[in-house]
Design a protein around this ligand. Sequence first.
Ligand SMILES: CC(=O)SCCNC(=O)CCNC(=O)[C@H](O)C(C)(C)COP(=O)(O)OP(=O)(O)OC[C@H]1O[C@@H](n2cnc3c(N)ncnc32)[C@H](O)[C@@H]1OP(=O)(O)O
Length: 447
Amino acid sequence: MTAVPPVPRATAIDSPAPVAAVNSAAPVSGARALDLRTVTDAEFPDWLRAARTGFLRPPSVTGEEVALRRATTDLGRTLGVFDGARCVATLRSFPQRLTAAGGVAMAASAVTQVTVSPTHRRRGLLNRLIAAELAAARERGEPLATLVAAEYPIYGRYGFGPATRAAEWTVDLTRAGLDPRRPGPGREDGGRVELVDPAEARRLAPGVHDRLRAVRAGVIDRSARRWDLLTGAVEFPGDPWREPFFAFHRAASGEIDGYAAYTADERWADAKQPMVTATVRDLIAADPAAERALWEYLFAIDWVTTVRTGLRAPDDLVPDLLPDPRAAGLTTEVDLLWVRVLDVVRALEARTYATDGALVLDVRDPSGPADGRYLLTAGPGGAECVRTDRDADLVLPVRELGALLLGEGSAVRLAALGRVTEERPGAAALAELLFRTARRPWCPDIF
Ligand SMILES: CC(=O)SCCNC(=O)CCNC(=O)[C@H](O)C(C)(C)COP(=O)(O)OP(=O)(O)OC[C@H]1O[C@@H](n2cnc3c(N)ncnc32)[C@H](O)[C@@H]1OP(=O)(O)O
């Protein structure tokens, strides 16, 4: 069991907690010392109980669930805060690969299962957990930390910035202007859609996902466990899997290049007319032709009058595939993946840029690892980033660097909001041109 030291409390939204950590946060007066440490095998069931409590799920865990979760949990990256023998706060991380603009997979520490029991909230336990995790990530040499934030206001103070967004549409097929007599997809390009069983989906889908991951900024890798859960090979007790339909697109060349997993809720209007909603659970395509064919397939299933798209990229093709795009109602639009840059040089050198240009970035990360001035010389082929003492062109908190990193954030807009400061006129416009990507970054997964 490794003792993990905590840190002083962070104060302001743009002042992330110092990453150098000490396990000394004073207990609230009269309270026992709260010990932050990595969790042992024996403590893991109690850690799970605490995590479930924080997420307001029934707290008891069966032996079967403990064994299933333990099999994919690295206890060396599993932090707990203990009040006596009882776990009262949790955080876990795992190694992740995150695609940068240009297709390189960057290493990241993916942070998840962050909870503090209601009995111990607002005493600085989250501050201590995050500081310990970021310090450990640096020690492991991970240039980034990532997470999906339960609530927007929590993580900016630690230097995380919203780096991808997601949107969901509900498509009313009855008013989309589609001709019900039209044939299914594939007649024009020679491709076809095939329904396969879950075991076949388990075999074929990872290859398609790898192809998307090689080209689309924001996509993260999926573990074998995640694929097992998506295809029903593994099920958690109390969270039963409902078998979806798995539709794969096969191009004219014979190659599988996309798939959609969807479920359908059958409803009839007045016992006369089918009114079925199809809900997309996962739709991954390696190229736009496959993407179009899969949506065309979903829009043409008999009985289906509504398609819920699930969380997609904000620039997804869906609305504009319909003769009447207004039939696709935007039901949510939300930040999704948050990124915390720990190593500016490696993070900025991992990606390509839309055009050639050079910028001196003054990154503000008080007491944190990213703090400093960097000369970025960037272009479509890659970039060089070095520390410099030249005058800054742009001053930005590390949180805003996280927002810009994958291409989602707009430097011009952040400057207009007063969150990024232009020291040289035109620097924000140049950063906009450099950092933005032609298609917006997309993270299809919540973890
Ligand atoms: C990646 C993920 O797992 S996301 C899931 C996050 N977990 C949850 O949402 C589960 C329910 N909530 C919780 O478990 C807890 O309330 C947590 C983890 C969000 C916060 O834990 P706490 O120990 O209470 O936070 P802590 O006392 O360290 O607060 C640190 C700072 O964050 C602020 N803060 C904490 N929670 C929130 C919140 N939900 N919204 C806004 N600010 C918050 C505190 O006010 C404090 O600010 P300050 O430093 O300016 O004074």
